[in-house]
Design a protein around this ligand. Sequence first.
Ligand SMILES: Cc1cc2nc3c(=O)[nH]c(=O)nc-3n(C[C@H](O)[C@H](O)[C@H](O)COP(=O)(O)OP(=O)(O)OC[C@H]3O[C@@H](n4cnc5c(N)ncnc54)[C@H](O)[C@@H]3O)c2cc1C
Length: 462
Amino acid sequence: MTREAGGRFEYFWQKERHMRIKKLPIDTGPAAWTDLLQPKRMAPALETDMTADWVIVGAGFAGLTAAHRLSELAPEARVIVLEATGIGQGPAGRNSGFMIDLPHDLASEDYGGSVVRDQLQTKDNRMAISYAKEMVARFSLDREAFDPCGKTNAAATEKGHAHNVSYAAHLDAMGEPYQMLDAADMRDLTGGGYYIGGLYTPGTVILQPGTYIRGIAAGMMSNRVQVFENSPVVALEKEGGAWVVTTPQGKVRAGGVILAVNGHLESFGYKRGRLMHVFTYASMTRELTPEEVERIGGQPSWGVTPADPLGTTVRKIAGTGGHRIVIRNRFTFDQSLEVNEARLADVARDHRKSFDARFPMISGTEMEYVWGGRLCLSYNDVQVVQKLDDGLFSACVQNGLGTVKGTLAGKLAADMALGEKSDALTRAMSAPEPSRLPPKPIAALGAKIRLRWGEYKAGAEF
Ligand SMILES: Cc1cc2nc3c(=O)[nH]c(=O)nc-3n(C[C@H](O)[C@H](O)[C@H](O)COP(=O)(O)OP(=O)(O)OC[C@H]3O[C@@H](n4cnc5c(N)ncnc54)[C@H](O)[C@@H]3O)c2cc1C
């Protein structure tokens, strides 16, 4: 009996070890970062029956890191990665690209939690970032893909500044370096006069998420590691000691499987009633003209996270696709794992307001892309890096910091699968189960009210 057993459904699944995956990922709106890149497709779909030592389901941060780690620890092993959509089309190519080393609890007022827990989390996050850095060096990805430039929590109001001061006190207690920025510093960085201050910390890496994810996938492909796009796993079953992983047009028979599907772990029958599916949203402008860039001023490329966790993240980019601005805000609670186009139209109005307030010198600039994407949180802020069954492992539930936690989960799940030991793995394996959520309607209503109220309270940080 595995540790997550409990629900009748999970009992049935373990007994029969046969699962049809009814819910496949649906991504709403384009993955802008990836859309800026060529070629549009980078791998074939699985169209035949194959055998492998390992199958990884999902080609996001967790899945690609797991594949890389397996091939590093067991160079002779045959590894197959199956991705339901395109590489960089899912959440891994839809995020704002902040790979943050420090605590980043979205449910906290200032991102912080208990000092000892946050010190350990920071240690693990840094291990993940340094592993990402090794992959970046190995595959010769450039600074646009992976920029170790640190990050600034920007404050637009006195209340935002107070969040930064409180977070700075937390960093003092953790023994972490930081620098407080004033309004002039923020003007030098961002050009406009919207921000009254900021808190800079040096350990964050800022990604171009599409370039990073596709670069890692492309670098790893060989005759030992194969990646298939547009290959959703629709069934998973144990047959004569092996796992059989089925896609619409093919099958892979493998000794072991790592599920790296974040919240879609539930679609495989695990952790039902314990995972919170939250969407967040972003818009990217069309390419700005040199004259518009001049009017904005500030540095050519920069990124700020909001001092209030429910505020607005902003990036100014200047690489592939030219100069553009990216705005991210709004969180919605959608246990169906789907959002529709009407929701995008609604959040686009908020993005417009947040953009125009920050960039009055180019207000009304057309947004070329608007999109949403999934996060998966647990109520008690734990990940699911677990052995689910013989030869079946999970690298899921990354909470609010999926670029880092996904990388961490992927590496640790591969270590677990191959019997590699570390303190970080021991910590991950001793994490409690994600707590059970209240009944669905209550959970949904509670989360929606809390998120909307939090966004309202964020005021000009939104
Ligand atoms: C707008 C936005 C901004 C964000 N900003 C940040 C940020 O700045 N920093 C940060 O750390 N995080 C951010 N995130 C969150 C981050 O993108 C995710 O948490 C992260 O991608 C999770 O990584 P993962 O590998 O676990 O899962 P994913 O990236 O979701 O990858 C899982 C993959 O599994 C695939 N899959 C699911 N089911 C199946 C199946 N049946 N068969 C095959 N494949 C399947 C999916 O298609 C998906 O590609 C943001 C998210 C969004 C939407």
